[in-house]
Design a binder for this molecule. Structure first.
Ligand SMILES: N[C@@H](CCC(=O)N[C@@H](CS)C(=O)NCC(=O)O)C(=O)O
Length: 206
């Protein structure tokens, strides 16, 4: 069985978890508390020298880092996988967009707003900068979704899941969905997909 090492509240971990749930892939979840630094513990570094989550240990004993690589691996051959060479190409394009124009800004702004709010005031200047950068990506995404129901070929796929991981909680990073109506409507369409699960809550019980 595949094992997903994940931390609570992470959009990157959520992506891999969501695709496994939607495809009914049998899996275990092992929780790594990044607030306690468990991702740098020697036994975890032995498995994943990158010291990050999500980390997928496949049933064949192969380790995968990078949430979007996990989506590719897990969904290959399923209905969630892009169905043509061009759809694969567009999916990779949007996955890179997500990791360069959205996630690097939404994720830390949200982290210091709702996961570690005790540092929100101290980080206020940085949060504002991240929000401004995320807004550029959100505008581009909103324009794309104004013309189609889903990210690629008008069908729900891992391209949507990759983008959805952080975008659906962008309000927690201080972004206003009212400015991005096409994104807000797409979020509802994704949440309506069969097997949809919510992002896991922020902190493990003590
Ligand atoms: N690009 C990677 C990002 C991995 C990443 O930075 N994960 C965060 C949690 S979302 C983490 O492990 N942070 C703790 C650390 O870097 O020590 C992905 O998409 O999986």
């Amino acid at each position: 069985m595949d094992t997903l090492f994940a931390t609570f509240g992470s959009g990157n971990c959520f992506k891999a978890h969501l695709v496994m749930e939607q495809l009914s892939i049998a899996h275990n979840v092992r929780w790594i508390d990044v607030l306690k630094g468990e991702q740098k513990a020697p036994d975890f570094l032995d498995l994943n020298p990158n010291g990050t989550v999500p980390f997928l240990l496949t049933s064949q004993g192969k380790g995968i880092t990078e949430s979007n690589a996990m989506l590719w691996y897990l969904a290959k051959g399923s209905d969630l996988f892009p169905q043509s060479n061009m759809a694969e190409t567009e999916t990779i394009q949007w996955m890179i967009f997500e990791q360069t124009k959205l996630e690097p800004f939404i994720s830390p702004a949200r982290f210091f707003s709702v996961i570690l709010p005790e540092r929100k005031q101290e980080m206020a200047g940085q949060i504002k900068d991240w929000q401004g950068r995320a807004a550029v990506g959100m505008e581009r995404l909103n324009a794309h979704l104004s013309a189609q129901a889903f990210m690629v070929d008008n069908r729900y796929s891992i391209a949507d899941i990759a983008i959805f991981g952080y975008v659906h909680v962008a309000d927690e990073a201080g972004l206003d969905f009212g400015l991005y109506p096409a994104i807000a409507q797409w979020i509802e369409r994704v949440e309506d997909q069969s097997g949809y699960q919510q992002i896991l809550s922020y902190k493990p019980a003590a």
